[in-house]
Design a protein around this ligand. Sequence first.
Ligand code: SME
Length: 160
Amino acid sequence: MPAARIDEVRDEVSALAQSAHNAQELMQRMVKLLHERMLKYNWVGFYLLEPGADPPMLVLGAFEGAVTPHTRIPLDQGICGAAASCGRTVVVDDVRKDPRYLACSLETKSEIVVPIFAKGKVVGELDIDSHFSAAFTPEHQDLVQHCATLVGKKLEASGH
Ligand code: SME
């Protein structure tokens, strides 16, 4: 993926954040855009922490790609749980080698999960799966982190 293409998509998601009326609309349009524009982003979805749930639970929100059995993920499970509980981006170049991995599609080879913060706390995450191994190079990590930051700001703006 040439850097110029990544920069273009970065500008497009920034424009989306300007025009979206609320966080839900932004997330819906963002998953569609990333899935359509990025060849290697074969499943793109948001998980949000369920308000008030004890124990905490990640619940699937807007997504594009194959239907997943993992619509609710506790924080002690999966790469999704790991990223939300440590509050840091997790990149897995080869999901077959990561015992935390919860399979969504047999075709998935690599995955990135980026936490979303609002008012300093993790409120959800952006999860992307690829049919290509090691798809999430540092340039892609920057793009996906930018997307997560935009959504965090929008959630804050809506009082999250
Ligand atoms: N692979 C994730 C589960 C979500 S699906 O990929 C959509 C995980 O290991 O947490």
